[in-house]
Design a protein around this ligand. Structure first.
Ligand code: SME
Length: 152
């Protein structure tokens, strides 16, 4: 599926859901449904110096609150940059959510220089995320940012 189609699908699913939770829910459900390699899809929101798990699809995660200094999630928020990990078991920062997970991508959702939250996706396939996923998910993050910041 092309990026434009995924984005159209997200916008269509989110239509009429003006609250931030509804919009985030539309994003995670569409990404999980449309892209088979995306085994676990969630959005964390910045609250103080912690990332707090919002809507997600996949198995429940034990990591519902992640301090900024911890995990791949914490690293992406600190660095304000997308992080792709091809082999999570080889990355000392990794906080395990499921033993089946092999690779992960974390994409910050930015409002200017401020981190609002991030899109976190795990795959059961090693090295499942490439430049194409980064490009798509950075577009999704840019689409969702004003909706989370209350600037539609
Ligand atoms: N793996 C993440 C923690 C979140 S779970 O994958 C849902 C990390 O290392 O920060």
């Amino acid at each position: 599926m092309t990026h434009d189609l995924v984005l159209d699908d997200i916008a269509r699913t989110a239509k009429g859901r003006s609250d931030a939770t509804g919009v985030m829910d539309a994003v995670v459900s569409t990404l999980k449904e449309r892209i088979p390699d995306y085994t676990w899809v969630g959005i964390y929101l910045m609250e103080g110096d912690e990332l707090v798990l919002g809507p997600y699809r996949g198995k429940p995660s034990p990591h519902t609150r992640i301090p900024l200094g911890r995990g791949i999630c914490g690293a992406a928020a600190t660095e304000k940059q997308t992080i792709i990990v091809d082999d999570v078991n080889a990355d000392p920062r990794y906080l395990a959510c499921s033993i089946e997970t092999k690779s992960e991508i974390v994409v910050p959702i930015m409002d200017g220089n401020r981190v609002l939250g991030e899109i976190d996706i795990d795959s059961d396939r090693p090295a499942a995320f490439g430049d194409d996923d980064r490009a798509l998910l950075e577009r999704v993050a840019a689409w969702i940012a004003p909706r989370l910041a209350g600037k539609p």
